[in-house]
Design a protein around this ligand. Structure first.
Ligand code: 13P
Length: 388
């Protein structure tokens, strides 16, 4: 069961005073390196994918690799959508296998941030997926993210944090207390008093964005004051980049030669963080505490009263189009019995990401409209069962 509920994972970390790394992956070398580090150090790990990096890879292909990596892992893994900029991205990320979503509306005024975060949280709740919101603004002043996070730091205040969490119901809060995305110019100055006050007021897992470039003592104090998830990317990209440059300098000219050792360089840096942040050796304890993340298969077998089978095909195509867009639906298989004498001629097999989708799907207006208009009137003879 290595794909686990992210909320359980971070609750364990919060209660036991350590932080889990959420490492942004932009290629297979990152997925391999991050997972190797987690296995080697026996750490829980969050494989993260950021919308700001979508230009660098094919999202669906990378998600399939992450899902496979999580399935074959022996340590607890969650797959997280980092910096989703819209409700659509959040829905799409859940469809492709993310079991945690961060909605980034932190550049907007408080009220608008609340409205946008709440919309994602309500959708995600129907999918059983926990949500991270961000309050205050963590800019990127250097590194690969710089253009996507322009501007100045805006610090999270305690009062706004309380209002934000109460009104949005987010599961985790990303705070702005002095870090930036990418490398900082000069020594980062972190506002620990502010962080402590936020932690005292909220008592929930807090998230640090811009994890690269802090000293050992800084991480320790951040974790002591409630930081439970540390987002980390730039240093992994730098480690891989340095390896590629070294390969180039030593004459390894072709693609595979240039990339040799990149995954290992990423693994080394990720493992260093896991040890530093106290999550090494926690895998088994976390596995015992966490609900596995197990999808549900919603199976319907049915006969129709249509005289013309072409009308069945029209109904099925319409259903595939409409139902595949409902949040929490991962895949739809439709089929016709191979045997002519089968008791039921047709099937729908709809894969939900989580048992919560059984109810939210049934009640979703698009499902209700399709079922009442196109399906139920002709498919009274049916059996419907949810399997796990
Ligand atoms: P760094 O690139 O500074 O490690 O930050 C990553 C991050 O916060 C992604 O959300």
């Amino acid at each position: 069961m290595p794909l686990v509920n992210l909320k359980d994972m971070l609750t364990h970390a919060y209660q036991n005073g350590y932080a889990v790394g959420a490492f942004d992956a932009v290629s297979l070398d990152f997925v391999t390196g991050i997972m190797d580090a987690a296995e080697e150090t026996r750490s829980p790990v969050i494989l993260s994918v950021a919308e700001s990096h979508f230009d660098y890879f094919d999202f669906e292909l990378l998600m399939s690799a992450m899902e496979t990596a999580a399935k074959r892992a022996t340590v607890p893994v969650a797959i997280h959508m980092d910096h989703a900029m819209s409700l659509d991205t959040a829905v799409r990320s859940i469809r492709h296998g993310c079991n945690g979503v961060m909605v980034d509306a932190s550049h907007l005024p408080l009220d608008k941030n609340i409205t946008e975060t709440l919309a994602v949280r309500e959708m995600a709740q129907g999918c059983g997926v926990p949500v991270e919101g961000e309050l205050g603004y963590v800019p990127g002043v250097e590194g690969e993210d710089a253009e996507r996070h322009p501007g100045e730091i805006s610090y999270t205040t305690v009062d706004e944090a309380k209002t934000f969490v109460e009104r949005t119901g987010v599961d985790f809060l990303a705070v702005s207390i002095g870090t930036v995305h990418g490398r900082m110019r000069g020594e980062p100055v972190l506002d620990y008093d502010r962080l402590k006050d936020i932690n005292d007021a909220l008592r929930m897992p807090l998230v640090l964005h811009g994890g690269t470039g802090l000293g050992d003592e800084q991480y320790k104090r951040l974790i002591e004051n409630g930081i439970t998830k540390i987002n980390y990317y730039t240093a992994l990209a730098e480690a891989a980049g340095a390896q590629v440059r070294e390969n180039s300098a030593t004459g390894k000219g072709n693609y595979t030669g240039q990339m040799t050792g990149a995954a290992e360089a990423i693994a080394k840096e990720a493992a260093r963080c896991m040890a530093l942040w106290g999550c090494h050796g926690r895998a088994d304890a976390v596995l015992q505490q966490c609900q596995p993340w197990t999808p549900v298969k919603h199976l319907i077998i049915y006969n129709t009263t249509n005289a013309d089978p072409a009308n069945d095909q029209t109904m099925i195509k319409e259903g595939e189009r409409v139902l595949s867009q409902i949040p929490g639906v991962m895949r739809i298989f439709t089929g016709k019995a191979v045997q002519d004498d089968a008791g039921y001629r047709y099937t729908w097999l709809v894969k939900f990401c989580h048992p919560a989708v059984i109810d939210s799907y049934r009640e979703h207006p698009d499902h209700v409209a399709f079922a009442d208009t196109h399906f139920r009137p002709i498919a009274g003879d049916r059996i419907s069962i949810d399997y796990q």
